[in-house]
Design a protein. Structure first.
Length: 192
């Protein structure tokens, strides 16, 4: 058993010993959802003041409005009653450090973990790799405010998203913990 597995199992046992949330309803109590990045430095419960049962938190690399993220948001609204959504990207995001081409090349070379330095990403070149990465849009980011706005627009214009849901756009500053509004995104996400 790995050390990480032991730590997780021990933490869960401690959590279970004082668990008193078994009666929370399935729909989020505060009726909103957050789409944000999977970056370990982001704790949506803390930066948005959430407790268990308050909101849906959908996470992926970059906090991007991928097909699967939109699927989750639609379920959140249609079946569980959320009425407001947030798209929250963040500063110093790993998705800004590579392009589709870089990721595709790395995967073609090897499936082992790559490394990065001042000269960019490098593969250990211990194959085998796979060309399957060529068929994925990795949704990389070149400008945080622009990507937030693009994602809000994609969500708002999606045919399965009703116009009465406001979608707010923010960038989380990893150095200060502050949520910084992206006014263009929030304007684009205004409810009808």
């Amino acid at each position: 058993m790995s050390q990480v597995l032991k730590e997780v199992i021990t933490a869960n046992q401690e959590y279970v010993s004082g668990f008193d949330k078994g009666d929370l309803p399935m729909p989020p109590g505060r009726h909103f959802a957050i789409l944000t990045c999977m970056d370990a430095r982001l704790d949506p419960a803390k930066y948005a003041g959430l407790a268990e049962g308050d909101a849906h938190v959908i996470r992926n690399a970059g906090g991007r409005a991928s097909d699967d993220a939109i699927r989750s948001l639609v379920i959140s609204y249609k079946l569980l009653g959320t009425r407001e959504w947030f798209v929250i990207h963040h500063t110093d995001c790993g998705m800004e450090t590579f392009t589709n081409e870089i990721m595709r090349d790395l995967l073609c070379s090897s499936l082992k973990t790559a490394s990065v330095d001042a000269n960019g990403w490098h593969d250990c070149c211990e194959g085998p790799g796979s060309s399957e990465g060529k068929y994925i849009d990795w949704l990389t980011i070149t400008d945080q405010a622009q990507s937030v706005t693009e994602d809000v627009v994609r969500i708002k214009t999606h045919p399965l998203v009703p116009g009465n849901i406001p979608v707010y756009g923010y960038v989380y500053d990893v150095k200060s913990g502050k949520l910084i509004e992206v006014p263009e995104a929030t304007a684009a996400g205004k409810a009808d």
